[in-house]
Write a protein of this length. Sequence first.
Length: 332
Amino acid sequence: MALRITFTKTGTNGENAIVGDLTLFDGTTVLKKSTGFSGGDVFNPIDDGTYRIHLDIRGDESSDQANTDGTLKPFFGIQKIGQTIPDDNGVLYNGQTEWGTLRARLNPPPGAPDHGDYLHGKQRPRDYTHGCVCERSEVILNYLWNLANPPAAFDFVVSGGEPFNLEVLIRKNAAEGRQGSVGRRIHEIRAAIGGGFDITLDVDPTAYRTTSEVVQMALATAAAVDAEVQLELFTGTNMIRRVAAFDVPGPKSRGASQSIRRLATQRNPDTGRNWLELFVADGAGVETQYFAHDPAVQRLCHLVVWLKQPFNFTDEDKEITSVKLGAPPAAR
């Protein structure tokens, strides 16, 4: 058999988890189809890439071992999960609550980070994971477990689905802030370890939440410069999907050749990844849209705004590739 599983990300659910299609192939023949979800709540989804599932490493429920906090110890193949799993002190845990009845380790390629991800089932009601891929139905997992002559190992391929149409977003966001709509200033930001940001806006007691570092940085900048913001939420939730374009103050020095005028965040619905958008004005005041994916580049972009400095950068096809920032004049 020439088995292969694909997990194609197609969107998000109400828990802010990535959802997608799971397909099991034998060569080009589709054997089974299912759906899955990954990440959500305060957890990141699985990264795109090719992982390896080992069916030659096989464990029944007697192989289950729990840590003293109730989590399961690693297993690097396919494993049956029981309801009475002992830890080293003899305390019993129900592993099926989080894992369902089966799990298969998603082993990354050599040299790649190993986050300990699995393809697994789940009996807990809420649809999020700690980064693994959950197949709640266990259709594909059961098929793999019951194979009479399984291959030793095969690929599990994670991808972001259809190419994302950035040009549509660029046209959409360029119009934001130009239509006379009124945002609100940030009243309060609260953060706790592992919990992301909870924010409230002026004259609005609702607490809005985000676990995205890109969105958190944009909100911190908006608060620092006292900007009015507009939030786009995931449908039916208080989770922030993105921050619409908001105005920021220009540099202190006059005659700057380039300056950041507005910031926004954007989210790829196929991968769940966020990036920073920047509207940069030249000396004549003409704005051009750019975007930044790299976290270090994003941080310096925000620092440029906080320090009210000119924007010295390089780009390739409107993606900012480097930023240079000197000490503010008062510090020299």
